[in-house]
Design a protein around this ligand. Structure first.
Ligand code: ACO
Length: 278
């Protein structure tokens, strides 16, 4: 059953341990207003530690994933109220993107349509991203006279080589899903009518993995990028030991099923987590 956030700007369903969360302002191409940003934080909070949620997918109602920040409500109307209101609005947006970046559960952006500017914040926040071939990605900021702020420039340089990031930011041209995959903005692009099935299949694989190991892994991938090799080595030792304090049995069960029981091969898939104690 579809549920909605307090102000209706976010819709979600939980089906077979996948939380399908959707930007829900299709008539405004799902652009992010302060209200939507508050609603999204509410929904992420409601879902994060639910036992019946193993993966979160973020997509959009209608023809858009998200047309970026709401130029009227987020920029013009907020700026008219002064610097304090502007900073509050920024904080609300950045807070839910940050929460999504470090979310407890694996997250997948399912980019069904338009994805512009500020939309790159939640796009990057999701661990994996799959797009429709028909989707359009753009740093359109330059087209209306600002730089790609709100982290968008950072996202472009994190995900793309410098020349491509520079071209993307300066030219204001869009990439379709296939180009977005080639340039590194998303993992893969498939035809729109195959997108949900592909994302469901990816989520099904993630749902079979040890959830403590998944959280440790996704955090590690984000953290080590800015660390020296030595610091990364040390961080990864500590991160695994911290993960062991939540789940010290899973990896032993994994070794047992491979070495003793011979019921699976780690090189070919995940161990049976249902046999795990605790
Ligand atoms: N901010 C505010 N309103 C928006 C936004 C936005 N980012 N995007 C769409 N809308 C509104 C339109 O004003 C329109 O409202 P109305 O029905 O009250 O007139 C409604 O959504 C539908 O938009 P259309 O432009 O009619 O939809 P269409 O499908 O023809 O075009 C497109 C879609 C290409 C996404 C177009 O709406 C657009 O260019 N939007 C702006 C994209 C953008 O540059 N976003 C900002 C990025 S920069 C940043 O986020 C910091």
């Amino acid at each position: 059953m579809t549920e909605t956030s307090s102000n209706g700007t976010v819709a979600y369903d939980v089906v077979d341990r996948i939380a399908w969360v959707r930007f829900n302002r299709p008539d405004k191409r799902n652009c992010m207003s302060p209200t939507l940003n508050r609603d999204m934080l509410e929904v992420l909070g409601l879902l994060e530690f639910r036992d019946d949620v193993g993966v979160l997918v973020l997509s959009g109602e209608g023809t858009a994933w998200s047309a970026g920040m709401d130029l009227k409500e987020y920029f013009r109307e907020t700026e008219a109220k002064g610097l304090g209101a502007t900073r509050d609005a920024q904080r609300e947006a950045y807070t839910w993107w940050r929460r999504l970046r470090w979310y407890q559960k694996p997250t997948i952006a399912m980019v069904n349509g338009w994805c512009f500017g500020g939309g790159y914040g939640p796009l990057f926040a999701c661990d994996l991203a799959f797009a429709a071939d028909e989707a359009q990605f753009g740093l359109s900021e330059i087209n209306w006279g600002i730089l790609p702020g709100g982290g968008a420039t950072k996202v472009a340089t994190e995900l793309m080589p410098m020349r491509k990031a520079m071209y993307h930011a300066m030219m204001g041209e869009n990439l379709d899903g296939k180009m977005a995959a080639e340039w590194g903005l998303v993992n893969e692009s498939v035809p729109l009518d195959a997108l949900k099935d592909r994302v469901t299949a990816v989520a099904a694989v993630l749902l079979k993995k040890n959830p403590v190991a998944l959280k440790a892994t996704k955090d590690a991938v984000r953290r080590v990028g800015v660390l020296s090799y030595d610091d990364a080595e040390d961080y990864l030792i500590r991160a695994q030991e911290a993960a062991n304090s939540y789940d010290n049995h899973g990896r032993k069960e994994g070794i047992k099923q491979f070495i003793d029981d011979k019921t699976f091969k780690p090189g070919l898939g995940a161990y049976d987590t249902s046999k795990q104690r605790g």
